[in-house]
Design a protein around this ligand. Structure first.
Ligand code: PMP
Ligand code: GLN
Length: 380
C-alpha cells in the first residue's frame, strides 16, 4: 500500500539518527540533548509513592490541579506574572506536544509563521502540517541574535504568529530585554500571536536573567509560553511540559489538547507538584549547568575546536574549520564512527545550508564523561 506523504522532504530526526549511530559505534554521546546522570533520588521516591498510593487513573484533562498551581507559583516567582491555574495553564506531554497543539490551534491554511533559523527541528513540520507557511528569518552568526529589521520586512497581513526560542537550541544564545522590546513594538496593534519556547528557562548563565514573554504585559497577552520539566529536573524521558496562555488562547489550545492526548501521566504530575514546592530544585539549576559549561570549555581549551559563546541551554557550539572543511553532517558522522564521539551538525537546523563548520555538543553529562570526551576532542 502507498500513501501520499504529508511530509515528503522529512526523514528521521537528527537526534534519533545520531544517538543510534553513537550506540552502534560505542561512541560517547554528546549529540541528542539529555543528561547521562539520574534525576534526584527524592524525585524517584515521590514517583514511586504516587504510583503505589494508587494515583494511576486519568488526570483531569488540563492537568492535575496540584501541578497547575505549582506552575502558576513558579511563573509568579520567576517573572512576577499571574496565570490562573484553572483557565490559563495546561500540562502537556512535553514541549513538543505543547508546540504542536498551539500551532494546530492557531494556524489555518495559508497562514504564515515566522521562525528563526537555526530552528529546533519540530517547528517547521508542525506548521506545514496545518497548511501554514514557514517564513524563516536567519539569526546573525556568530552571536545568533535576531535581525529585527529582517523580521519587520517579513511580517505580512498573513503573519499569524512568531515562534521564538530562548535560551536557544542549538546555538545557546539568549534574548535580551531589548529583543523583547523589539518584539513588543513590532507586534503592537497587530493580531500576531507568539509561541515562546522557553524549555531552557532555568539555564541562563553568567548572572544574566531569563527574558520570558511573561515579563512583559504586551507580550504575555498574545503568547503561548511553553516549557518542559524534562530539562529542569533531569527527566527528559517523562515527557511532561506545559503551556501558559491567556484564557481565550488557552480555550482553543484545550480543544485540540483534549483530542490529541486528553491528559498526561497522572502520578508523575503529582510527583512533580510535590518536588517543585522546593524552589531550589529549579532556581539553582543555572549554577549546575554553568559549572558544566565551564568544565567542558576548560577541558577542551587548547584543542583545535573554537568554542562559540553559550549563554544558556546545555549545548556548546564548536567551530571545527581549523581541522577540516568537510561538511558538518559528514564530519559529525565520521567523528562518531572513527573517533567515537557523537555531536549534532548545525546545518540540519537550516533550510538553506549556510557556509559554516559548526557542531553542537551537549554538556549535560557527568564530569567523567566530559573528561573522556575532551580527551578525544583535544586529539583532533
Ligand atoms: N524545544 C526545544 C528548544 C528543545 O530543545 C526540546 C527538547 N529537548 C523541546 C522543545 C522538546 O521538549 P520535550 O522533550 O519536553 O518535548
Ligand atoms: N531537544 C533535544 C536536543 O535538542 C532532543 C529531543 C529529541 O530527541 N527529540 O537534542
Amino acid at each position: 500500500m502507498q500513501i501520499t506523504s504529508k511530509l515528503p522532504a522529512i526523514g528521521t530526526t537528527i537526534f534519533s539518527v545520531m544517538s543510534a549511530l553513537a550506540r552502534e559505534y560505542g561512541a560517547i554521546n554528546l549529540s541528542q540533548g539529555f543528561p547521562d546522570y539520574d534525576c534526584s533520588p527524592l524525585l524517584s521516591q515521590l514517583a514511586a509513592k504516587y504510583i503505589q498510593n494508587g494515583h494511576n487513573q486519568y488526570a483531569p484533562m488540563p492537568g492535575a490541579i496540584e501541578l497547575r498551581e505549582r506552575i502558576a507559583e513558579i511563573i509568579h516567582l520567576c517573572y512576577a506574572a499571574d496565570y490562573h491555574p484553572d483557565s490559563e495553564i495546561t500540562v502537556t506531554a512535553g514541549a513538543t506536544q505543547a508546540i504542536y497543539t498551539a500551532l494546530t490551534a492557531i494556524v489555518n491554511p495559508g497562514d504564515e509563521v515566522i521562525v528563526f533559523e537555526p530552528a529546533y527541528d519540530c517547528y517547521a513540520p508542525s506548521i506545514e502540517l496545518q497548511g501554514g507557511k514557514v517564513i524563516f528569518s536567519r539569526l546573525k552568526a556568530p552571536e545568533f541574535s535576531i535581525d529585527w529589521e529582517d523580521v519587520r520586512k517579513k511580517i505580512s497581513p498573513k503573519t499569524k504568529a512568531i515562534l521564538i526560542n530562548s535560551p536557544h537550541n542549538p546555538s545557546g544564545s539568549t534574548l535580551s530585554l531589548n529583543d523583547l522590546q523589539q518584539l513588543e513594538k513590532l507586534t503592537e496593534n497587530t493580531s500576531i500571536l507568539i509561541i515562546s519556547d522557553e524549555v531552557y528557562e532555568h539555564m541562563v548563565f553568567d548572572g544574566k536573567t531569563h527574558q520570558s514573554v511573561a515579563l512583559r504585559e504586551g507580550l504575555r497577552a498574545r503568547s503561548f509560553l511553553v516549557s518542559s520539566f524534562g530539562k529542569t529536573v533531569h527527566t527528559t524521558g517523562w515527557k511532561i511540559g506545559y503551556v501558559a496562555a491567556p484564557q481565550a488562547l488557552m480555550n482553543e489550545f484545550r480543544k485540540i489538547h483534549q483530542f490529541l492526548v486528553f491528559a498526561v501521566n497522572h502520578p508523575l504530575q503529582l510527583c512533580l507538584a510535590e518536588f517543585l514546592k522546593d524552589a531550589r530544585n529549579y532556581i539553582e539549576l543555572k549554577h549546575f549547568y554553568e559549572a558544566k559549561r565551564n568544565l567542558f570549555l576548560k577541558l577542551t581549551y587548547g584543542s583545535r575546536l573554537k568554542p562559540l559563546h553559550s549563554a544558556g541551554t546545555y549545548f556548546q557550539l564548536m567551530d571545527y574549520s581549523s581541522i577540516t572543511q568537510e561538511n558538518d553532517t559528514d564530519y559529525a558522522k565520521r567523528l562518531t564512527k572513527e573517533n567515537k564521539i557523537a555531536s549534532i551538525p548545525l546545518s540540519v537546523f537550516y533550510k538553506e545550508k549556510p557556509e559554516q563548520h559548526l557542531l553542537r555538543f551537549c554538556f549535560a553529562k557527568k564530569d567523567e564523561t566530559l573528561e573522556k570526551a575532551a580527551d578525544i576532542l583535544c586529539q583532533l
